[in-house]
Design a protein around this ligand. Structure first.
Ligand SMILES: Cc1cc2nc3c(=O)[nH]c(=O)nc-3n(C[C@H](O)[C@H](O)[C@H](O)COP(=O)(O)OP(=O)(O)OC[C@H]3O[C@@H](n4cnc5c(N)ncnc54)[C@H](O)[C@@H]3O)c2cc1C
Length: 380
């Protein structure tokens, strides 16, 4: 493995560090408090062409690798987890287009996604299909001009603010997961509307919305990768997406660790800084160790993906480990800040609420353990 950075990567990361620290992080409390979509942050990232990191130059991207994407997303998530998740949800839209889309689909939809003038979303989850991702009830029926979609999707990130949606629907319910197909749906299509806006325990500014599809026509050209390829497309997209979710969790853990470490060096009790107590030192040491281990899992997964090698096991391990680390680190950060940890005066209580999501999305911790067990039991 080689995580040495090129001059181009270093330049981008320096820029992202500056924007994240000076422009995005100072607004993170306000973004969460107001619960409004952070459009300014998204426009700023778009102005740096960051939505196009993994997209080839011929589709208006930067043609860089997933490791670079991960390093950038880590910095954004450290500054503002909401912005990091919006950035990550866009990847869930570009990944299936890049890897399974036709030339026409790529040249039509990737340039605006790469430039950030359009945002993307990926919609699989339904009331009856969460962990059981193959149980999608949204139907796709063939007609003379293409397909007609009917159904409801819930919790969809970037719902309503996105312009381009990947919709997983079932062409043949009798075939279960094998009947699934992936479609590109544009905002504004007849019969496509938005229902419930979900209220959450954290990340209030992240749009999570119900999608309603009522006799929604999709042209034949917007079917991705052929009929009944939907489950494969969804599983591969989620596998890559888990690197992004893990990186988001890592960013929150890093932010919480830094606040706890800095506070422990200033807070005086019993005439000494609390960082001089071994009990506090050991928590800080465990935090730093778990964060570094999460980082190694996730960088390795991104590196393997870039090399075209099997990365799924490390993506699941990284997502599982980083999300549980984020939950543990943020809980301990609240503890280190004592009473102030529980107050809104410091962001650590917000980090703790935000961290919980990462143990749930794109496969819960239980589902990740199942995936890892399945993969390691196949190994000899
Ligand atoms: C804020 C947010 C954003 C989201 N964004 C998107 C999005 O953009 N696109 C999208 O498609 N989806 C999205 N989701 C959906 C998310 O991926 C699902 O919520 C998640 O996969 C869990 O599914 P579920 O909520 O139906 O829980 P369930 O599947 O009902 O699980 C409930 C509990 O049962 C456990 N469980 C279920 N099956 C098993 C099993 N086989 N073995 C052991 N335990 C099991 C789970 O681990 C969990 O603890 C989002 C969710 C949230 C909360």
């Amino acid at each position: 493995m080689d995580f040495d950075l090129t001059e181009e990567q270093k330049m981008i990361l320096e820029l992202v560090d500056e924007v994240s620290e000076k422009e995005i992080e100072p607004l993170a409390d306000e973004v969460a408090e107001k619960g409004e979509f952070p459009r300014g942050n998204i426009e700023r990232l778009a102005s740096l062409d960051l939505f196009g990191i993994t997209i080839p130059k011929k589709y208006a991207g930067l043609e860089m690798d997933y490791l670079t994407w991960a390093l950038v997303a880590e910095r954004i998530s450290r500054a503002c987890a909401t912005t990091g998740l919006i950035f990550g949800a866009n990847l869930l839209c570009t990944f299936p287009l890049l890897n399974f889309g036709s030339e026409e689909q790529k040249s039509t939809f990737l340039p605006p996604l790469a430039k950030g003038t359009s945002l993307g979303a990926f919609a699989l989850t339904e009331p009856e299909a969460g962990s059981d991702a193959g149980n999608v009830q949204t139907s796709a029926k063939k007609d003379a001009d293409g397909y007609i979609l009917n159904g409801n999707k819930i919790f969809i990130t970037n719902g309503e603010v996105a312009d381009i949606y990947i919709i997983i629907a079932n062409l043949d319910r009798k075939r279960g997961a094998r009947g699934l197909a992936a479609f590109i749906l544009k905002k504004g299509t007849t019969g496509f509307s938005f229902g419930q806006h979900f209220r959450k325990m954290g990340l209030e500014a992240l749009p999570n919305v119900e999608l309603i599809l009522k006799d929604c026509p999709v042209p034949e050209n917007n079917l991705i990768g052929g009929e009944k390829k939907g489950f494969k497309i969804a599983m591969e997209t989620f596998a890559a997406g888990r690197i992004g979710v893990g990186i988001g969790a890592l960013g929150i853990a890093e932010a919480a660790f830094k606040k706890a470490r800095d506070y422990s060096k200033e807070r005086v009790q019993f005439g000494r800084t609390i960082s001089s107590f071994q009990a506090v030192q050991h928590i800080l040491a465990d935090m730093a160790t778990k964060i570094e281990a999460s980082r190694q899992f996730l960088y390795k997964a991104a590196w393997l993906l870039d090399k075209g090698m099997p990365f799924e096991k490390y993506a699941s391990m990284g997502k599982l480990y980083a999300s549980e680390t984020a939950m543990w680190v943020t809980t301990k950060a609240v503890q280190i800040l004592g009473g102030y940890g529980y107050m809104k005066d410091y962001p650590v209580e917000r980090y703790m609420r935000e961290a919980k999501l990462f143990e749930i999305i794109e496969g819960t911790s239980e589902i990740q353990r199942g995936i890892i067990a399945n993969l390691i039991l196949k190994e000899t």
